[in-house]
Ligand binder design. Structure first.
Ligand SMILES: NC(=O)C1=CN([C@@H]2O[C@H](COP(=O)(O)OP(=O)(O)OC[C@H]3O[C@@H](n4cnc5c(N)ncnc54)[C@H](O)[C@@H]3O)[C@@H](O)[C@H]2O)C=CC1
Ligand SMILES: O=C([O-])CC(=O)C(=O)O
Length: 310
């Protein structure tokens, strides 16, 4: 199985690291526009092989899309990250042009691929990729919910003082500081609702911390995070390539689900070898519905800014 990652920066390289270490794909191509950069990252990663014991072949190329031919999955991590104090939405001006040209180049060599969009603002970049390529909706998947849900579980684990792997929880909605919807009502500690153990005040704090999880890390690191984002992309790619049918919150095109159409936003999906195999149209309560509608409005406003690139 072959995976191409366009953008060999922090997130792209971290994703290649997890994919190879866990043997998710036999071949990984890292492509970057910066001369020699992807080659260097690939060489550094390949020199881990004997000590961590993986067999994946990783190669790096500078803007040579012919080397990406026949990729089963292509991950788009090219573009600029935010700096402290910025929102993801502020990246649209630069990233929209990059994502559109990358998606077009990918398809010249991998017409049957599944595209995982990571670059921010991710929901709008996913919508752009869908519109620019005209690919069927099952083959364009925005990654945000896997990461946001893992942060949600992390903050719940801290509040509960229990391991995050014992916690089940999901974030839907947009991948933005104000558009995420941590589904606190449905979160559980080994099947027991977390509200049995945490006060409403504690749960509200967990939700608030989750929503600004990316901004918190950006403030600490000076640029946005990469380890958990890279691992989250690898988790999604694993479910695609190995047909795992995992339920993962992904940004996908809605056509009537949740009462919405013509928008890509995070909802629970079944992810397998065909990409998005099913969208789970779960029943939200009134408060969640209201948050979802606000999230949709914010993303629609952002999508309207794509007029100049589409
Ligand atoms: N959806 C999500 O959950 C997450 C999204 N992100 C987003 O992912 C993107 C990448 O973040 P980082 O890896 O931290 O940034 P980075 O700056 O470390 O890496 C980006 C790479 O893209 C390359 N690049 C730029 N234009 C290109 C082009 N036209 N073709 C090929 N490569 C190109 C750059 O040379 C650079 O190496 C950002 O937009 C960031 O906001 C980051 C974390 C999580
Ligand atoms: O915070 C950012 O800008 C990067 C990102 O999407 C995340 O880490 O969730």
């Amino acid at each position: 199985m072959k995976v191409t990652i366009v953008g060999a920066g922090n997130v792209g390289a971290s994703c290649a690291d997890v994919i190879s270490y866990r043997g998710i794909a036999s071949e990984v191509v890292l492509l970057d526009i910066k001369e020699g950069y992807a080659e260097g990252k690939a060489m550094d990663l390949m020199q881990c092989a004997t000590n961590t014991g993986f067999n994946t072949q990783i190669i790096g190329v500078t803007n040579d899309y012919s080397k990406t031919a026949n990729s089963d999955v292509v991950v788009i991590t090219s573009g600029i990250p935010r700096k402290p104090g910025m929102t993801r939405e502020e990246l649209i001006g630069i990233n929209a042009g990059i994502v559109k040209s990358v998606a077009e180049n990918i398809l010249k060599f991998s017409p049957n691929t599944i595209i995982v969009v990571v670059s921010n603002p991710m929901d709008t970049m996913t919508y752009l990729t869908l519109k620019a390529t005209g690919l069927p909706k099952n083959r364009i998947i925005g990654m945000g919910g896997a990461l946001d849900s893992s942060r949600f579980r992390y903050y719940l684990s801290k509040a509960l003082e229990k391991p995050s792997n014992d916690i089940s929880a999901m974030v839907i909605g947009g991948h933005g500081d104000t558009t995420m919807i941590p589904l606190t009502r449905l979160a559980s500690y080994n099947g027991i609702p977390v509200s049995e153990f945490l006060s409403q005040e504690a749960l509200d704090k967990v939700a608030a911390d989750t929503m600004v999880g990316g901004a918190t890390l950006t403030g600490l690191l000076g640029t946005s995070a990469w380890y958990a984002p890279g691992a989250s992309v690898a988790y999604l790619v694993d479910s695609i390539l190995n047909n795992q049918h995992k339920m993962i919150a992904c940004s996908v095109l809605l056509e009537g689900e949740y009462g919405q159409s013509d928008i890509c936003i995070g909802v629970p999906c079944i992810i397998g070898r065909n990409g998005v195999e099913q969208i789970l149209n779960i029943e939200l309560n009134d408060s969640e519905k209201e948050k979802f509608a606000k999230s949709v409005d914010a993303i629609r406003n952002m999508n309207a800014d794509l007029a100049s690139v589409l």
